[in-house]
Design a protein around this ligand. Structure first.
Ligand code: CA
Length: 335
């Protein structure tokens, strides 16, 4: 069925816990018959649905990577009814380099779906996930954060599939993750997203932004671990855990309806934000200023919001090029 070149000793049907690798042939100077070994775990017991967790889709987004390593080490197969598949460093070369895209091919795994079995390493990983893992999957959660360039108010997210019944199931799964904030992406920056590819296969698929700035957000790790517990309980794969300090059970719900909720740098320079994450703003309010440190007599250029809502993300890095996203808003979820 599949022309994938990736091979593995992992048996997706075997009972018990397996922690191993997907081997992607990669022949280079230092290793003629070398392979990129992408880590994967499969934990299976009894009968029940399959929940697939993924992190390290972008290598500089760390909260999900930590939460999934903790999950893999801590789970006893006896606790499971069904199957859990976890890939904590899905684009391994990017995860090891601490970069969004792979240093091998500049590939962005969250723009690479449905992938290509004869393409670059990132395209081959996408193809394996789409062709081999997604057909096994009932529930999927892909953990993100803002990476080096953005900071986020942490949230769990979903996308609109075009199938109202599937969207309703995704929203129920999102709420089961018990985040303080939940968000629906109605606008997409580009194409080739993992979650969209999963939804096209009828999978209940979630994402989320758990922090950013290329750092590890403590609340974001906790949100990822709560989401893992919540989704596994929602799917009936693991019995519900009793939290010592349960979060608010009803998340604030947001949506990103359109491109106008994004603010782009109008010029290259040094960006000074004038609003903080979580601030409520109106269209026309100032978002920040672009300064020209090489031409100090020149007035900075002001950048305005073009929509009203809450500041969900803001740029973490100071320097900008024209067209860089310096902030994006979300507004109350309309359903
Ligand atoms: Ca991301």
């Amino acid at each position: 069925v599949s022309a994938t070149q990736i091979f593995t000793e992992i048996d997706f049907e075997r009972t018990g816990k397996q922690v191993g690798w997907l081997y992607l042939p990669h022949s280079v100077t230092r290793s003629a018959y070398g392979n990129i070994a992408v880590p994967i775990a499969v934990i299976r017991n009894g009968s029940g649905p399959t929940v697939f967790f993924m992190a390290g889709t972008h290598g500089d987004e760390y909260e999900g990577q930590i939460a999934l390593c903790n999950l893999i080490r801590s789970l006893d197969p006896g606790m499971v009814q069904g199957r859990i598949i976890a890939m904590p460093a899905a684009n391994l070369p990017a995860a090891l380099a601490g970069t969004r895209t792979s240093p091998i091919d500049d590939g962005n795994l969250n723009r690479a779906f449905p992938g290509d079995p004869t393409g670059t390493p990132t395209q081959q990983i996408a193809h394996f996930i789409d062709q081999i893992i997604f057909p096994l999957t009932n529930y999927y959660h892909d953990f993100h954060a803002g990476g080096a360039s953005l900071d986020y108010v942490p949230f769990v997210s979903m996308r609109m599939s075009g199938d109202p019944a599937l969207d309703e199931r995704a929203m129920a799964a999102l709420k089961a993750c018990r985040p303080s904030d939940g968000l629906t992406w109605k606008y997409s920056h580009g194409q080739g997203f993992c979650v969209m590819a999963a939804m096209q296969r009828g999978i209940v698929a979630l994402g989320g932004e758990l922090g950013g700035g290329g750092s590890v957000n403590l609340c974001g790790v906790a949100m990822a671990e709560r989401a893992i517990q919540g989704l596994l309980a929602h799917a009936g794969v693991v019995a519900p855990a009793i939290d010592k300090a349960p979060p608010a059970s009803v998340p604030r719900l947001w949506e990103v309806p359109a491109r106008s909720y994004y603010v782009l740098a109008p010029a290259a320079g040094l960006f000074q934000p004038v609003v903080e994450l979580g601030a409520q703003v109106e269209a026309g309010m100032e978002c920040g200023l672009v300064h020209f440190v090489d031409d100090p007599g020149r007035s900075p250029v002001s950048v305005e919001f073009r929509a009203s809502g809450m500041v969900m993300a803001k740029r973490h890095l100071g320097r900008v090029e024209r067209g860089d996203c310096v902030s994006h808003l979300a507004t109350e979820w309309k359903g």
